[in-house]
Design a protein around this ligand. Structure first.
Ligand SMILES: O=C(O)CCC(=O)C(=O)O
Ligand SMILES: [Fe+2]
Length: 298
């Protein structure tokens, strides 16, 4: 399996350079990395530490007895999801995805009553990712030739951002032929995903040009950022959303923490077009769009 070079954005570099990196990424796979140390420097907080803390509480959480995790199941997009309970690629999979997860939503998360640290660390991490999401949103707006604050109002108030802890357990080897995946091929449905991973490889992205899957090397010093379908739609396809999946060897467990940066449910997504450009999509409320996508996954 060959790997892809994903450009690295340094938040401390001049904004013109940052915009160029995102432009290049958008024209390729819609994936880029963000240097974590640069986020620490710009925000004046220890982001490396926050990421390490988040992985630590994730391990503790998933180490709980199954029954004590099952109690924390809630509505879609909130709380615990058991091993095998989701199939991101229903057509290509013979079985549910070999992962378990815990969603942290803006409100209503069913926190375990006996682990305050899990909640504290998660809320801090969530707030930090939200802040980073806002910065990235401004850069995407610039790339589209809009004012930096162009998308901001859609994230004011009751936005739909979700943090997710994922564990891909040991012993569940992915196998393309039999349709067994750690996380089946999908594109993210939302606006922007900011992903932290541990050092176990697994993430792959689909290269439309060579029609091959390519690995994204794990790096704990960067976040992986990708454009989701919603931002693709919003940008009238100037920003691309690329299919990706997770394949694991089963030798080691793998942890990852995606943060899904999503607008308010009542946001109307109207494609941003240059003068004379035809919109490829009709305006649609995010909540309505979301409902359609959930029905496909569960
Ligand atoms: O675990 C990963 O590396 C990616 C997970 C993912 O693509 C997702 O949850 O949407
Ligand atoms: Fe994804």
């Amino acid at each position: 399996m060959s790997t892809v070079d994903v450009p690295i954005l340094n938040l401390e570099s001049p904004s013109g350079e940052q915009i160029k990196i995102i432009e290049a990424a958008a024209a390729q796979f819609g994936f880029f990395r963000v240097d974590i140390a640069s986020v620490s420097n710009v925000f004046g907080v220890d982001v490396e530490r926050a990421v390490a803390d988040a992985f630590r509480v994730s391990r503790t959480f998933f180490g709980r007895d199954a029954s004590r995790k099952d109690e924390l199941r809630a509505r879609p997009g909130c709380g615990y999801t058991a091993f095998g309970s989701e199939t991101l690629d229903a057509r290509g999979s013979s079985t549910g995805d070999a992962k378990e997860g815990f969603y942290v939503a803006r409100t209503g998360t069913p926190w375990p009553a006996d682990d305050d640290e899990f909640r504290d660390v998660s809320e801090r991490y969530y707030a930090m990712m939200f802040r980073l999401g806002r910065v990235l949103l401004g850069l995407f707006a610039s790339v589209l030739g809009c004012d930096r604050a162009f998308f901001d109002e859609h994230w004011d108030g009751e936005h739909s951002c979700v943090l997710r802890y994922l564990r891909y357990p040991r012993g569940a080897a992915s196998d393309e032929k039999s349709g067994a995946f750690a996380c089946g091929a999908h594109s993210d449905y939302g606006a922007i995903t900011i992903l932290a991973t541990d050092e176990t490889p697994g993430l792959q992205i689909y290269d439309r040009e060579s029609r091959r899957w390519k690995g994204v090397a794990p790096r704990t010093d960067t976040f992986i950022v990708n454009v989701g379908d919603l931002l693709e739609r919003w940008s009238n396809k100037k920003l691309v959303s690329t299919r990706h999946r997770v394949m694991t060897s089963g030798e080691r467990e793998r942890y990852s923490i995606p943060f899904f940066f999503e607008p308010r449910k009542d946001s109307v997504i109207t494609p941003v077009c240059d003068d004379g450009e035809e919109p490829m999509f009709a305006p649609k409320q995010f909540g309505e769009y979301l409902q359609e996508r959930y029905t496909e996954t569960y």
